[in-house]
Ligand binder design. Structure first.
Ligand code: NAD
Length: 259
């Protein structure tokens, strides 16, 4: 059963975030998405609306605390207190550790981990989530949050951080009935997945198609997951039936990780 709530999906203009926005809006929730690029946000909002999944779109860089403050204030002013937060915005990033710049390290950590803290803190402090029944926080981590990924130390570190944050905040908010869980995708076909394959192709001096074959060979189901398969678990976690699930991290990865 689903009681309609106001959901904020960060990075909702692309990939997994867009699929989550589509599923939640189709399930009857009021959905706000955010991203940094106004044109891409408008395009996503138009596409979702044409598919019967209307959303409000707001510009915000979630790695910037001041912009996060404005985002949550505007979201609440527009659509009321938040009952669902999906921390989805993220980026890939890595390379040989001896060659990593401070800038790349900070950029990956601030986009993937600091943002989850900033948005969660703001939604708890001023987003009204404590007033809403069946409130949910869902963080899109990664199987890289449970195992090391070759040539991706900053990414793996950031996603391990997201899993740890989820487990700690899940315990903290349990007495209020707010559940906090992480969803850990493996390989999912999105614009980010293509950028990741290209980065490995460059590092290994091969083609993106070869990298794709090598990755698919590692996945027991033999294929990438779809954004909608990830969104489907996110949607389940928002239901009343998922009320006793908190402080967990679930893989959606075709069997890639079984831990
Ligand atoms: P994507 O690049 O298609 O989408 C990422 C979205 O986040 C984009 O809309 C982007 O604009 C937004 N974003 C990035 N930085 C932002 C910032 N600072 N402020 C606001 N928005 C920002 O990627 P995706 O594959 O859909 O990734 C979504 C999430 O899933 C990420 O957290 C990613 O780490 C995670 N993930 C993806 C995969 C995969 O294989 N695609 C695997 C595991 C985890």
């Amino acid at each position: 059963m689903t009681s309609p709530r106001h959901a904020l999906v960060t990075g909702g203009s692309s990939g997994i975030g867009k699929s989550v926005a589509r599923r939640l809006a189709s399930a009857g929730h009021t959905v706000t998405i955010c991203g940094r690029d106004s044109e891409r946000l408008q395009q996503a909002a138009k596409e979702l609306s044409e598919q019967g999944a209307p959303v409000t779109s707001l510009i915000a860089d979630v790695s910037k605390p001041r912009q996060v403050g404005d985002l949550v204030r505007e979201a609440v002013e527009t659509n009321g207190p938040l009952g669902i937060l999906v921390n989805n915005a993220g980026r890939n990033g890595g390379g040989r550790t001896a060659e990593l710049s401070d800038e790349l390290w900070r950029e990956v950590l601030s986009t993937n981990l600091d943002s989850v803290f900033y948005v969660t803190r703001e939604v708890l402090a001023r987003g009204g989530i404590g007033e809403v029944d069946h409130a949910r926080i869902i963080n899109i981590a990664s199987t890289a949050g449970k195992q090391g990924v070759l040539l991706a130390a900053p990414y793996s570190a950031s996603k391990h951080g997201v899993v740890g944050f989820t487990k700690a905040v899940g315990k903290e908010l349990a007495p209020q009935g707010i559940t906090v869980n992480a969803v850990c995708p493996g390989y999912v076909e999105t614009p980010m997945a293509s950028r990741v394959r290209q980065a490995y192709a460059d590092a290994w001096e091969t083609t993106e198609a070869e990298v794709l074959s090598a990755f698919e060979a590692k996945i027991p189901l033999g294929r990438y997951s779809t954004p909608d398969e990830v969104a489907s678990l996110v949607e389940y976690l928002t239901t009343e039936g998922a009320a006793s699930i908190t402080a967990q991290a679930f893989n959606v990865c075709g069997g890639l990780g079984n831990f």
